[in-house]
Design a protein around this ligand. Structure first.
Ligand SMILES: [Zn+2]
Length: 275
């Protein structure tokens, strides 16, 4: 599932192309990609004819801010991906086109989603702002400090890995980057958030920001389905140190990487390096 670096990569691909464009026609091929509230017909009618004022990201949401208010929120979930062009994209790569947004410059934005767990929500600006206010801070904002992370972890008995993935505490971090940041920081993912020492919080803060920044520079992790716009792969999968490496030797100490399940998700870690 795309996390902050993947969604931000897509945003950076789309932003210069879509800003200022008018959506002239919307076609929904698979109605289940229109997520509640709302339905395919109202989404089609409300988006058609509107100008895209900007393309933004908050947490793992991609946001098309439409002129005069509404926000078209995209949740990419497992397999959502975009193509943009004058011609239909390669059917080998884009076999499950679920929606098309025709633009006033003759190009079309295609949304493809093989598993159709993701999709679009059209929200009034005020509803989005209410939802947005419940999300935690963005960890790559310049002002996000170790004290902010410490406060978020201080309040919870939950294992630190789960706390990092809680979007109300910190925005945009999911399974891959939580595991990688904890490994870099040398912190056991099972340790309760509020039991972390100050120096561990400081290391985790540094590790989290550096892993997210490096992944963003690599256009994200194309581990399973994720691709940037028009099928471009990310390359951070080559830099993963624990995620997906169960049984393989730790790069620092040669101990086999272990996999455990936390809150229904796999956690990979080095039992010798992470205390
Ligand atoms: Zn190790």
């Amino acid at each position: 599932m795309p996390e902050l670096p993947e969604v931000e990569t897509i945003r950076r691909d789309l932003e210069p192309e879509l800003t200022g464009r008018i959506v002239t026609k919307v076609t929904i091929h698979k109605p289940d990609i229109v997520l509640p509230p709302g339905d395919p017909d109202s989404l089609r009618l409300r988006v058609r004819g509107r100008r895209i004022a900007s393309v933004a990201r908050r947490a793992k949401y991609l946001l098309f801010l439409l002129e005069d208010g509404p926000v078209l929120q995209v949740q990419l979930r497992m397999s959502g991906r975009f193509a943009l062009g004058r011609e239909r994209p390669d059917p080998g790569e884009f076999r499950h086109i679920a929606a098309e947004f025709e633009l006033d410059d003759g190009r079309t934005l295609y949304y493809d989603d093989v598993r159709r767990l993701g999709g679009f929500r059209l929200l009034d600006r005020e509803d989005w702002e209410r939802e947005e206010a419940r999300l935690g801070p963005e960890p790559l904002e310049p002002g996000y400090g170790a004290a902010d992370l410490g406060r978020a972890l201080q309040k919870t008995r939950a294992p630190v890995k789960n706390a990092l993935m809680d979007q109300r505490r910190i925005a945009g971090v999911g399974n891959i980057y939580a595991a990688e940041a904890l490994y870099r920081a040398g912190v056991d993912p099972r340790r309760p958030g509020r039991e972390l020492e100050a120096d561990q919080v400081a290391r985790l803060h540094r590790a989290l920001r550096s892993v997210l920044r490096e992944a963003l520079a690599a256009a994200g992790t194309s581990f399973q389905n994720y691709r940037a716009v028009n099928g471009r792969s990310g390359s951070f999968q080559h830099s993963l140190r624990v995620y997906g490496r169960e049984g393989e030797p730790c790069r620092k100490c040669d101990t086999p990487i272990e996999r455990i399940v936390q809150a229904g998700r796999s956690t990979f870690f080095c039992p010798a390096c992470q205390l």
